[in-house]
Design a protein around this ligand. Structure first.
Ligand SMILES: Nc1ncnc2c1ncn2[C@@H]1O[C@H](COP(=O)(O)OP(=O)(O)OP(=O)(O)O)[C@@H](O)[C@H]1O
Ligand SMILES: O=P(O)(O)OC[C@H]1O[C@](O)(CO)[C@@H](O)[C@@H]1O
Ligand SMILES: [Mg+2]
Length: 342
């Protein structure tokens, strides 16, 4: 069987380890051959294909990004898009099945194509860790470590100047990166999309930390909304799928904190630094196992399914179930972190 692998949506550390895991297990054990589609669904629609052999995936588990490239192309759009054209392209290139590595958008597209008769399995990815069907997504652990390192640095400069430091991290719909990096770095306030918080409450936490002689550290997820806002802060236009690009809420709340408390405040947006560079050991192992398992479920003909982590085991979940809901930060996880605020 000849399989086409694609990576789609935002990149994250560990994508290459999935590709390597799949190709090694597939070629060595499962009797499979692999090609890569360049730039996500764009490569599928335009039949932009590269060979993936054991030789050209060697050493890539530790490389950040994706050797295949990625995009937010919609496979249903354009004159070559849609299930019939894609099926014809696959047949022309002798490709029997697709392994789609992506977030909820990529997997939603994969589900629609599978419903139309294509043979597709999925591998979940996102630094945001917001897919409910898997306990952790690879890339998350690396992003949390990068954010924690950054906050450790913000704290030393904050302490030298007796300033309040606001660190903005990724997290469009959920606050997992903010919660974990904030707990790890000992933040005095963690602001996440799941919990609307008033500016007065933020300032209370900041003031109380300051009064104890600390330089307050506030972590805010890009999708956070103070109780006065109905939509996340966006000033950067729309992405390729027409959604607002987030980012900038930290710069927006820092002057509010400064004006209310009188404490000099600086904001730093970590942005794409969180998605770049080498994956952590945890993410390499998780990604490699998911890639190997995805090769196995292709061998089983488990079309419309994706691999996922449950506890410490890799399991299989149907796209429909996997896409049902986002994994938000539960109230008790926020409450336990909030005990340490202020
Ligand atoms: N319901 C859908 N039907 C068809 N295509 C979709 C659908 N949802 C998303 N897509 C396509 O899949 C692409 C990838 O989705 P998206 O941009 O949401 O990234 P993702 O895979 O969710 O990863 P992440 O959000 O973590 O970066 C989108 O740009 C869009 O073109
Ligand atoms: O700048 P890009 O690549 O469009 O992606 C930004 C988005 O991707 C994510 O990193 C993952 O979904 C979000 O946290 C963020 O909003
Ligand atoms: Mg998405």
């Amino acid at each position: 069987m000849r399989i086409g692998i694609l990576t789609s949506g935002g990149d994250c550390p560990g994508l290459n380890a999935v590709i390597r895991g799949a190709v090694l297990k597939g070629t060595e054990i499962n009797g499979q051959e692999f090609v890569g589609f360049r730039d996500g669904w764009r490569g599928v629609v335009n039949a932009d294909i590269m060979e993936l052999t054991r030789h050209n995936i060697r050493g890539i588990a530790k490389q950040g990004g994706t050797i295949l490239g990625t995009s937010r192309t919609n496979p249903f759009e354009g004159e070559n898009g849609g299930p019939e054209n894609i099926a014809a392209n696959m047949e022309r290139h002798g490709i029997d099945a697709i392994m789609a590595i992506g977030g909820e958008g990529t997997l939603a597209a994969a589900k629609r194509l599978t419903d139309a008769g294509l043979k597709i399995v999925g591998v979940p990815k996102t630094v945001d860790n917001d897919l409910d069907a898997t306990d952790y997504t690879f890339g998350f652990d690396t992003a949390v470590q990068i954010a924690t390192d950054a906050m450790d640095r913000l704290r030393t400069t904050g302490e030298s100047h007796s300033r309040c430091m606001v660190a903005e991290v990724m997290g469009r719909h959920v606050g997992w990166i903010a919660l974990h990096s904030g707990m790890a770095a000992g933040a005095h306030a963690i602001l996440i999309p799941e919990q609307k918080t008033s500016v007065e409450q933020m300032c209370e936490w900041v003031q109380s930390a300051y009064d104890r002689g600390r330089a307050p550290l506030v972590v805010v997820a890009e999708g956070f909304m103070p109780d006065s806002m109905d939509d996340p802060h966006s000033e950067r236009g729309l992405d390729a799928f027409g959604r607002p690009r987030l980012g900038g809420i930290g710069e927006r709340i820092a002057p509010l904190i400064e004006s209310i408390t009188g404490i000099e405040t600086r904001a730093t947006t970590l942005g794409h630094i969180q998605r770049g560079g080498v994956p952590s050991a945890y993410d390499r192992v998780l990604a490699t196992r998911l890639g190997m398992a995805a090769s196995d479920i292709i061998g089983d003909g488990a079309w419309g399914q994706m691999v996922a982590l449950k506890g410490t085991e890799i399991v299989t979940v149907g796209f429909a179930e996997a896409l049902g809901k986002l994994k938000t930060v539960p109230q008790h996880r926020y409450d336990e972190a909030a005990l340490l605020f202020g």
